[in-house]
Design a protein around this ligand. Structure first.
Ligand SMILES: [Zn+2]
Ligand SMILES: [Zn+2]
Length: 342
């Protein structure tokens, strides 16, 4: 089968084409697993973190990709949940131990044995992939394959971030960074928190225009001051400056949720600007969001179908994966990027 593989970690500034086209064997589904013929795979900022070594894959080569839509073509032993032809999605969670206290409490995202699709095992930048059937999710009929792909990570983790923010209807929400996940959070929040206003911080005027177009009350640059204090802010940027600026814009008792698997430490010295009375006092909180649970994905897919929330997508052929990653790296973003798999 055809795949785009990561063979070694690189700095994308120096090597802008980190993935190589390869011909690899079609995997065999094991016990309780299914084989999917992949049709679409979303492109996520986490792929950049894998490629550049901030969250390194434990073995190379690896096929990246964790927003996978495909159809069942083969079932392994004891896989009974789905039938051949069923359309399913796979997100960042590939599996977890199922036994530890975190797994038993429904917090499998925090399991020490958490394995991520497209990092710890091969993902969706290829024609076929295997997955444990209990981590594959039926895709609601209202979505095309391309629309469904970004819902599986950008959407599901956005949903988890909004839940962790503790935002109540009528309170102000800030979003710093406006990529695939944030644009879905904006659409989600407009439905789940109809009396809340959303304030967007983004570096590029294009992203700010897009935010206003889809319902932001205000959009400014990363270091701007929002016209009102914010009860919660969700940060989806790779940098530290937006964290400091978000804390400054928080209302008393407000919470900043950092939705990033790793921060790029280039602007780490920004943290030295943190001034306790201005940025932290008055019971301001900082919380990170880690991974997703299967329940987050299932719940978000159902909610997204009911509303419905349709992502804005831009499609690339599989062999143009490096170009899509490069645009993400350079923050040429309008919605979500999705690979078409032949
Ligand atoms: Zn992702
Ligand atoms: Zn566990």
């Amino acid at each position: 089968m055809k795949a785009m593989v990561l063979t070694r970690m690189v700095d994308m500034e120096k090597e802008p084409a980190p993935l190589s086209p390869a011909e690899v064997p079609v995997p065999e589904p094991g016990l309780g697993e299914i084989l999917l013929k992949v049709s679409r795979c979303g492109v996520c900022h986490t792929e950049l973190d894998e490629i550049e070594g901030r969250t390194p894959p434990p073995r190379l080569p690896v096929i990246p990709g964790h927003q996978v839509v495909g159809r069942v073509v083969k079932k392994g032993k004891d896989a009974r949940r789905y039938q051949e032809g069923d359309r399913l999605g796979v997100g960042w969670i590939y599996d977890a131990c199922g036994q530890c206290s975190f797994c038993r409490e429904g917090r499998e995202n925090l399991c020490a044995a958490f394995r991520a699709t497209g990092r710890d095992v091969d993902g969706g930048y290829g024609q076929y992939m295997t997955v444990p059937e209990n981590h594959a999710h039926p895709i609601p009929g209202v979505f095309s394959d391309s629309e469904a792909a970004p819902l599986l990570c950008a959407g599901a983790i956005g949903y988890r971030s909004l839940a962790l923010s503790g935002l109540r209807d009528g309170q102000n929400l800030g979003l710093t960074g406006f990529g695939a996940s944030a644009h879905l959070v904006l659409r989600l929040a407009r439905e789940t928190h109809p009396r809340s206003s959303v304030f967007v911080f983004a570096r590029s005027e294009k992203e700010r225009d897009f935010a206003r177009e889809i319902g932001a009350a205000w959009a400014g640059d990363t270091a701007d001051t929002a016209p009102e204090k914010l009860h919660a802010v969700i940060d989806t940027t790779p940098a530290w400056k937006p964290v400091v600026e978000a804390l400054r814009n928080l209302e008393r008792g407000g919470r900043l949720v950092i939705n990033a698997i790793r921060k790029d430490d280039r602007d780490r010295e920004e943290l030295l600007r943190v001034d306790y009375p201005e940025h932290l006092w008055m019971e301001k909180e900082i919380k990170s969001v880690a991974n997703v649970t299967g329940e987050d994905i299932a719940a978000f897919l159902a909610l997204a179908a009911e509303i419905p929330i349709r992502p804005t997508v831009e499609e690339f052929d599989l062999e143009r994966a490096n170009e899509a990653l490069g645009e993400l790296k350079n923050r040429k973003i309008r919605g979500a990027k999705v690979l078409k798999i032949p």
